[in-house]
Design a protein around this ligand. Structure first.
Ligand SMILES: *Cc1c(COP(=O)(O)O)cnc(C)c1O
Length: 231
């Protein structure tokens, strides 16, 4: 069985290989370790192997882990569905939020981000495969967000997050990522420097198309301890 340290090494090797193939600078892709459902001991093992960015989907679970991991200076990313009644806790306890898909949620996070903390880094989730069941805004709505987000000083809008429909073929996996990259480039907003795209099964496709953050769970920690469906 692979250890978390070995798994992290092989993910870094996969990332590095694609960075070279895509002629991108090394270290242009940041690895977020998705630790939902994993025990605190697994996060500590990843931390000790050098991992700093952690992604969580459930507020309550994340807050409980954060209390136990207080001694470890980890960077916390919220990547799960956001309910209005959880925005206050998210605004207090996270450094990044990748799953903003309603302006009302962005407003609440802005209003609830404490003044003593730096602005909250935000990615807007885009429903890139246009699946009715998936959350996320449509690509065409992105230009409206440019104006709307300027009204929220406690947020720092960094870019987009997407979870495309699963595909096994590399070329098919690349298509939605490319569409998203082109849509952001067309907005000509240099502050949009973050593409949170790519998971365990499609990180190569995502990096080839410009991902700057990949969110990897099972390839680091193994199978999750109970089933969850990313939305
Ligand atoms: C669970 C999850 C991941 C990680 O998926 P893996 O296939 O385990 O790498 C990434 N992003 C989001 C939004 C998730 O919910």
């Amino acid at each position: 069985m692979n250890s978390i340290k070995q798994n992290l090494e092989s993910i870094h090797a996969r990332i590095h290989t694609v960075e070279l193939a895509a002629q991108r600078p090394t270290s242009s892709v940041r690895l977020v370790a998705v630790s939902k459902t994993q025990p605190v001991s697994a996060l500590v093992a990843a931390y000790q192997a050098g991992q700093r960015d952690f992604g969580e989907n459930y507020v309550q679970e994340a807050l409980e882990k954060q209390v136990q991991l207080d001694a470890y200076p980890m960077i916390w990313h919220f990547i799960g569905p956001i309910q209005s009644n959880k925005t206050k806790q998210i605004a207090l306890a996270f450094d990044w939020v990748h799953s903003v898909d309603r302006f009302k949620i962005a407003q609440r996070l802005n209003d609830q981000r404490p003044d003593g903390l730096p602005p909250l880094n935000i990615c807007v989730q885009v429903n890139i495969s246009r699946e009715a069941s998936k959350s996320g805004i449509m690509l065409e709505e992105l230009s409206d967000w440019v104006n709307m987000m300027q009204t929220l000083p406690r947020l720092r809008w960094r870019g987009v997050m997407a979870i495309p429909e699963p595909e096994h073929d590399l070329e098919k996996q690349r298509v939605p990522f490319r569409m998203l990259f082109e849509a952001i480039t067309a907005l000509k907003q240099p502050f949009l420097d973050t593409f949170s795209m790519g998971m365990s099964d499609d990180l190569e496709a995502a990096i080839l198309e410009g991902a700057t953050m990949v969110r990897i769970g099972t390839a680091i920690f193994g199978q999750r301890n109970y089933p969850v469906t990313p939305r």
